[in-house]
Ligand binder design. Structure first.
Ligand SMILES: *Cc1c(COP(=O)(O)O)cnc(C)c1O
Length: 381
């Protein structure tokens, strides 16, 4: 290709120039377009297969009627609902356009050229993106071994603590992590937070918090904000709340951290419908319980089904399972797509040959397992 590079390209920030864009799960419409399949099952983005709470949908629809009005830039009602839920002061809450947005706010506020962020190998893709976008250095800590007895490929908190000296501004911990599903227990996380320098911000990303009901020692880090002024806990409305399409998430932190992040936050980052839906969803405990119960039950069935097909999924406290599909991974994925099933290859997370499948409805999970079995053992797709 002899097309010359336009001269303005080199004006892009160096971090942005070197960035590989985030690759989202394939949308349902894209599969219909590209493969001509009608019936599509999407198990690629860890969405709640039951959808949002009906109360959240109603609240969002009502807010759309006021769509000509700017949303409350301070998110008063939602911030107060979140604060009440956590038993903390609303001054500690920063709203985001999804929690990815608050992760970006952390980077904009505390990272930049000459600064450094620490995170684990196989960690959530947004950490390297927001770090590199602002020109900061990423210090990637090797994960636990693939044959670790408890948390294969999980965060090695001791190694992460050792890497977090006081030249590090931010350390990211995903608990549980996506795409591995692995998690860290209360004692280990506290030991880690004790070891992090007081001037380094420790982000604990709890996007899948609600799903971790079977892990007895799984911690709620939001209860430790008084103990660790440098702690930032992030939560999302995209996963168990089923509001990924509306975009709402938040950070809990020291009020001074929230105040700093609110300086760079776009004042209307969280839309009116998103704020209304999120607040309504927080109040619908029943929908959340039903969603979590379905996930716990179906995740176990999905795991057993994968094991029967000869795979060994990583332990998962989330609403997804990741497994090594071996040398045939790309071919299996392609076959699944042709059968109308979208899962997520996670090669980009330094997990070559691994596929991540979200826990769907009973029918979706059965259809996925049947399609995978057909791919493995031959037969019509
Ligand atoms: C999905 C996810 C998020 C949140 O995404 P938003 O939709 O932006 O709220 C954050 N962290 C992890 C680890 C995730 O998997």
């Amino acid at each position: 290709m002899a097309v010359p590079e336009p001269p303005f390209l080199e004006q892009a920030n160096p971090g942005v120039r070197g960035l590989a864009p985030y690759e989202p799960g394939k949308p349902i419409e894209a599969l219909r377009r590209e493969y001509g399949v009608e019936e599509v099952i999407k198990l690629a983005s860890n969405e709640n297969p039951l959808g949002p709470s009906p109360r959240a949908s109603e609240a969002a629809a009502a807010a759309v009627q006021e769509g000509h009005r700017y949303p409350d830039g301070n998110g008063f009602e939602l911030r107060h609902a979140i604060a009440e839920r956590h038993g903390i002061d609303p001054q500690r809450v920063t709203l985001g356009n999804g929690s990815n947005d608050v992760l970006a706010l952390v980077a904009q506020t505390f990272l930049g050229p000459g600064r450094c962020a620490v995170f684990s190998a196989h960690a959530f893709a947004v950490y390297p993106i927001v770090t590199q976008a602002v020109g900061a250095e990423a210090r990637v800590v090797p994960a636990l071994a693939a044959d670790h007895p408890a948390q294969p490929r999980g965060h090695d908190l001791e190694a992460m603590a050792a890497a977090t000296d006081d030249t590090v501004q931010v350390v990211f911990v995903a608990n549980p992590n996506n795409p591995t599903g692995t998690w860290v227990g209360a004692e280990a996380l506290r030991r880690f937070l004790d070891a992090v320098p007081a001037r380094t911000l420790a982000v604990v990303d709890e996007a899948y918090f609600e799903y971790a009901v079977e892990e007895a020692d799984y911690p709620d880090a939001s209860r430790w904000l008084d103990d660790y002024p440098n702690l930032i806990v992030t939560r999302s409305f995209s996963k168990v709340h089923g509001l990924g399409g509306l975009r709402a998430g938040y950070a809990l932190s020291h009020p001074a951290v929230a105040e700093l992040m609110n300086r760079v936050r776009q004042p209307f980052n969280c839309s009116g419908p998103a704020q209304a839906a999120a607040a309504a969803s927080l109040a619908d405990a029943e929908h959340l319980e039903r969603s979590v119960a379905l996930n716990t039950e179906q995740r176990a069935l999905l795991r057993r089904g994968l094991e029967e097909l000869g795979f060994v999924p990583l332990p998962s406290a989330g609403n997804f399972l990741t497994f090594d599909a071996g040398a045939r991974a790309a071919e299996l994925n392609e076959g699944l797509l042709r059968s109308g099933v979208i899962v997520r290859p996670v090669d980009a997370y330094d997990l070559p040959g691994h596929l991540r499948v979200s826990v769907g409805t009973p029918t979706e999970n059965r259809t996925f397992l049947a399609a995978l079995s057909r791919q493995l053992h031959g037969g019509a797709a």
